[in-house]
Design a protein around this ligand. Structure first.
Ligand SMILES: NC(=O)c1ccc[n+]([C@@H]2O[C@H](COP(=O)([O-])OP(=O)(O)OC[C@H]3O[C@@H](n4cnc5c(N)ncnc54)[C@H](O)[C@@H]3O)[C@@H](O)[C@H]2O)c1
Length: 284
């Protein structure tokens, strides 16, 4: 099956980026958000991103209009019924995602593939919340989706080969490099990345070095484009905490046990760039 109609659920950091990627690849996108104002904000963010690309001459005005013409923002989940693929990108919480998969299973046509953009959670549990576990897989984009070349396609024990093939073709059609991975917490990238990010918070908390010096050290010493604390702010500290909790739950490895400071910052609603304050202050 070729994916011509994509449904996206969730209007956070990842949802609108994935919409942009897919619409640019010629896919008709229906973006579902719970509230009309956040649906409208997503379209506005997409317009802004495309306008920047027109200014930089990476896109012409006709292409911009064509891309925008392929994206529709809705609030009713039922509007996703005709989708070939629905990719959810809502909050990183298993109970919430399972509930959504159950609802999607009821509203979507029999042939619709249901996928999750989860960073760490067990895909099989979402699959088993539906009556079509063989048609459920992970399609994990990276942040920011328009810029990051990788997609991890995640195969749960229940996923059919045809589902993997279709998901892979969809991501490749979006211009992404695809790696296939088994349904294990953190898949490849986050299983390797998060102990490092977590240990950076522990270093900061122990007073070993300042925030700026930790970030400068990893940029200058390892040639990383961002320091670990900047990167955590980009990902979102709440999402990062959820990722670490899921990794620790699965492996019980102390490297995955979230740094207490991370949990405290989330309690203080310092969530990173999305709340304009995390390790850094973005309010000015
Ligand atoms: N932030 C990243 O760097 C990143 C990268 C790759 C994958 N992901 C994954 O993408 C997903 C979304 O992450 P994000 O960073 O966009 O999060 P976010 O916090 O920016 O957005 C989460 C969205 O979920 C919505 N939401 C919350 N509860 C809901 C519910 N009960 N029903 C429907 N929607 C609900 C919120 O309104 C919000 O729009 C997560 O599974 C995350 O692990 C995140």
């Amino acid at each position: 099956m070729t994916i011509k109609r994509l449904g996206i659920v969730g209007s956070g950091i990842m949802g609108s980026g994935i919409a942009e990627v897919a619409a640019k690849a010629g896919v008709e996108v229906t973006l579902r958000s719970r509230a009309q104002d956040s649906a409208d904000r997503m379209v506005a963010a997409l317009e802004k991103s495309l306008a920047k690309q027109v200014d930089k001459r990476k896109l012409d005005a006709t292409e911009r209009d064509q891309v925008l013409g392929r994206v529709r923002a809705v609030t009713d989940l039922g509007e996703l019924a005709e989708s070939d693929l629905v990719l959810e990108s809502i909050v990183e919480d298993l109970a919430t995602k399972k509930h959504l998969f159950n609802e999607l299973d009821r509203v979507c046509g029999d042939s619709t593939i249901l996928a999750t953009n989860t960073s760490t959670l067990p895909v099989v549990e979402m699959a088993m919340a539906t009556g079509r576990p063989e048609q459920v897989c992970g399609v994990h984009f990276f942040n920011p989706a328009p810029a990051m070349p990788l997609v991890e396609v995640v195969r749960a024990v229940t996923t059919a080969e045809t589902t993997v093939i279709t998901a892979r073709a969809f991501a490749e059609g979006c211009g992404k490099t695809v790696v296939e991975v088994r349904d294990q917490a953190g898949f490849i990238v986050n299983a390797l990345l998060f102990p490092y990010l977590n240990n950076a918070v522990k270093l900061l908390d122990a007073g070993v070095a300042t925030r700026d010096d930790i970030d400068a050290a990893m940029k200058g010493g390892c040639n990383f484009p961002m320091g670990p604390l900047e990167l955590l702010d980009l990902v979102g500290l709440d999402t990062s905490l959820a990722i670490l909790d899921a990794l620790y739950e699965e492996f019980r490895d102390p490297n995955y046990a979230p740094a207490p400071l991370l949990r405290r910052l989330v309690s203080a609603e310092r969530l990173g760039r999305k709340s304009r304050h995390g390790f850094y202050d973005y309010s000015k």
